[in-house]
Ligand binder design. Structure first.
Ligand code: ATP
Ligand code: MG
Length: 365
């Protein structure tokens, strides 16, 4: 059968551990979805990660990188494995190199309470949790990765905030808040999370956000210290919308966010730059449950929905936006109807979860 004329090429990197399981489950859902919406998705599977390193001596070959960079989007499972390390003991994480090499500065991590999924907070308003952490992913404290100085008596790492990246992150934040506001029918709010009371780098960041905010009068704009935000994300997470922040703060608050909505299996993510984007679950390879067929594929399926949305925004067509919306709706419907994955104490494995979502594609239409 010929592919539809709007066919886009998706590089698929399943990676290691449960990465391969949740990726397979996601492809099993994307295939019927694409067919139903008449959108063309051509998947090219690429090998990279810890086991690739063990078998070939390189975690991601240059050829693989080139292929991934040429694709229209990259869908990734998870990479890394505790026992497989470089000779100096570093973990294998070629997905981090993708972030730096492709300039994927915006780490988009949405947190939403899905119907029926047990939540950490008893307050009924927790059902309204729907916020996005925007983790700057190329500088901040992680800029220091591999560059820190360690002597006998001292270890030092550097935090870097630059104007161009901060401006792009700010514009991305306000643009996202504006699009979410249109969708949700309420005013958007951008809250920069920082530690401007202690570090001048964050006062610098605040200044840039204030400049960019002037161009988005329709979006509310505020700031919050990261320690206070940790408190408030537990006390009233339903009050927040778009939360841009420095790399390390975003890393930490993202796990807190996942904890609020059912765990790592419910936390999708996208790493977006000006020209490329990688979509992957926020979790790792989970060696403790790998190979058992019980990993929750929801985070990866929702990451794929983000991918379809991003492709639509870049001009792939309304079919992609419709498919993204239907995919999210199908995930919601599956859980609302009783899907219970193992991580929330249920008996549904990876394949059963994918099947439950796939069955609901087209069900509403
Ligand atoms: P990384 O360093 O890559 O972030 P990690 O060591 O933080 O990895 P994860 O692999 O994210 O660890 O797993 C953390 C815990 O969450 C593990 O106990 C794992 O079993 C569980 N977990 C992660 N992802 C899922 C999933 N999709 N379904 C079920 N449980 C999961
Ligand atoms: Mg982790």
């Amino acid at each position: 059968m010929p592919l539809p004329s709007n066919t886009l090429r998706i590089a698929v990197m399943p990676g290691d551990g449960i990465g391969t399981e949740v990726t397979a489950a996601t492809l099993a859902v994307l295939e019927p979805l694409a067919k139903r919406h008449g959108i063309g998705l051509a998947f090219e599977e690429l090998r990279a990660g810890a086991f690739c390193y063990r078998d070939t001596g390189t975690a991601m070959s240059e050829e693989t990188f080139e292929k991934a960079a040429k694709a229209d989007a990259i869908l990734l499972g998870a990479m890394g494995w505790p026992e497989i390390r470089t000779p100096d003991g570093t973990e294998i994480a070629p997905q981090l190199d993708l972030r730096f090499r492709l300039g994927l500065y915006a780490g988009v991590r949405p947190f939403r309470a899905l119907p029926g999924v047990p939540l950490a907070l008893a307050d009924p308003r927790a059902r309204e949790i729907d916020f996005v952490i925007l983790r700057e992913s190329t500088e901040g404290l992680f800029f220091s990765r591999g560059r820190g100085t360690v002597t006998e008596d001292m270890a030092e790492e550097t935090l870097r905030i630059t104007r161009p990246t901060t401006e792009r992150l700010a514009r991305f934040s306000f643009g996202l808040a504006r699009r979410r506001a249109a969708r949700r029918g309420r005013k958007g709010t951008v809250t920069l999370v920082d530690k401007a009371n202690v570090f001048r780098a964050f006062a610098f960041m605040r200044g840039i956000f204030a400049e960019v905010a002037a161009g988005f009068p329709d979006v509310a704009h505020g700031t919050h210290y990261v320690d206070a935000m940790a408190l408030d994300l537990v006390r009233r997470p339903w009050a927040f919308d778009v939360l841009p922040t420095e790399n390390m703060f975003g890393d930490i608050l993202s796990d807190l966010g996942a904890g609020l909505v059912g765990g790592m299996g419910f936390a999708p993510s996208a790493d977006i730059g000006d020209t490329h984007a990688v979509f992957q679950p926020a979790h790792g390879t989970a060696p403790d449950i790998a190979g058992k067929g019980i990993a929750n594929p929801t985070a990866t399926i929702l990451s794929a929905a983000m991918m379809l949305d991003w492709l639509a925004e870049r001009g792939a067509g309304q079919g992609f936006a419709d498919a993204a919306a239907e995919l999210e709706g199908a995930v919601d419907a599956a859980f609302a109807d009783g899907l219970r994955t193992a991580d929330i104490g249920g008996g549904d494995g990876t394949a059963a979860a994918a099947k439950a979502v796939a069955r609901r594609i087209g069900a509403a239409g």
